[in-house]
Design a binder for this molecule. Structure first.
Ligand code: NCD
Ligand code: ZN
Length: 352
């Protein structure tokens, strides 16, 4: 509900969830978890630790470490995932799903992104797992980029759809798939062209930056993430999808913290850290597109509908101020400073 008062505009929505989040482990986990738990009730937790979370036992242990790192005055439910490898055991996946522990399995093509060396090269080797997942209704989250060296990095998502995703879906009827962090019009169009069983997450930063923001006037390492930001026409397609109200599109921040030395390096890590300011940024974006009434769907309702979970009963209120909100530039962790995503424009929204 949106109402204007003399001083402020407020927007109250069901408490949002983040359907794609990197929490890391150890000291980094302890530092970044409150940044998500402050605003979000639940998140799909990415399994690309070193070593990756590949078995049900490992996912249970990681879940315990997350809950142990949660400050006493916060509530948060981590929704665990398994990292799909060519050795993943269908029975282990089925058991971890049946116990309620895992909510998805994550497919990384080998070498596609940070900590993806254990990902899949030979898709025939994971056919049995995918068929089990189709049978039990467990979603497959995909990092949708091919890794072939002859495919240009800006084309890797579009080529993945044709060469990998569409064949997998045709070969595995009933498999429920989330195209994660989509960055192209091609991906948004593919989602809307399909009948069912397909959803897509969109990040906060891909609604805000295109590849010019990353590269023009000097390289901006804090805008480098994977999949890499594309041309403006693709950003606009993502904005249209996110603000459309189409239930197949929902928020997955892909908030991916790396310390500044690891970002500001000759070979810098991919990832934007958007957990601290995502909800204010989304309010800004949705307001700019005259779609504040669609924010609850995107951030709070469409994700639970896809994952067949209830919408949160708690609420979150966003408030628009007259003067710009100051977000921290960085958060400090025992591993070093982590820079918070800077949208490059003034934001007047904050979480009340
Ligand atoms: C992610 C990370 O750092 O773990 N980086 C990123 O740029 N998004 C990995 C990923 O989701 O691709
Ligand atoms: Zn990610």
């Amino acid at each position: 509900m949106c109402y204007a008062s003399a001083m402020t505009v407020q927007l109250t929505i069901p408490r949002p969830d983040d359907w794609h989040l990197h929490l890391r482990d150890g000291a980094m986990l302890k530092a970044v978890l409150p940044e998500t738990a402050r605003d979000f009730a639940r998140a799909i937790i990415m399994p690309n630790l070193v070593p990756p979370v590949v078995t049900g036992d490992q996912a249970a242990a990681y879940r315990d470490r997350i809950l142990a790192a949660l400050p006493d005055d916060m509530t948060f439910e981590p929704l665990m995932t398994l990292y799909l490898t060519e050795d993943t055991d269908p029975a282990d996946v089925a058991a971890a799903h049946a116990s309620g522990l895992i909510k998805a399995v994550k497919l990384y093509p080998a070498g596609a992104t940070t900590n993806s060396a254990s990902g899949v090269s030979d898709f025939d080797k994971v056919r049995g797992v995918l068929e089990t997942m189709a049978d039990i209704g467990l979603p497959l989250c995909t990092h949708g980029e091919v890794t072939d060296s002859d495919i240009d990095i800006f084309d890797r998502e579009a080529v993945f759809i044709d060469r990998v995703l569409d064949p997998i879906r045709k070969a595995t009827p009933g498999l429920r798939v989330v195209m994660e962090h989509i960055t192209t019009r091609n991906a948004a169009d593919y989602v809307t062209s399909q009948d069912s069983d397909l959803g897509a997450t969109i990040t906060t930063h891909h609604l805000i930056i295109n590849r010019n923001h990353l590269l023009v006037g000097g390289i901006k390492p804090h805008y480098y993430c994977l999949p890499v930001a594309k041309r403006e026409e693709h950003r606009l397609a993502l904005r249209a999808a996110a603000t459309s109200g189409d239930k197949r599109f929902f928020l997955g921040t892909d908030s991916a913290p790396h310390t500044d030395p690891n970002k500001l390096s000759a070979c810098g890590c991919a990832g934007c850290f958007t957990a601290p300011n995502t909800m204010p940024l989304l309010a800004h974006v949705f307001e700019e597109d005259s779609a504040l009434d669609k924010l609850a769907g995107f951030a709070s309702e469409n994700g639970p509908a896809f994952y067949r979970l209830p919408v949160n009963s708690a609420r979150l209120t966003l408030e628009k101020q007259d003067s710009p909100v100051i977000f921290p530039d960085q958060i400090s962790t025992e591993e070093g400073l982590v820079t918070v995503f800077d949208p490059g424009f003034d934001v007047f929204w904050k979480v009340a």
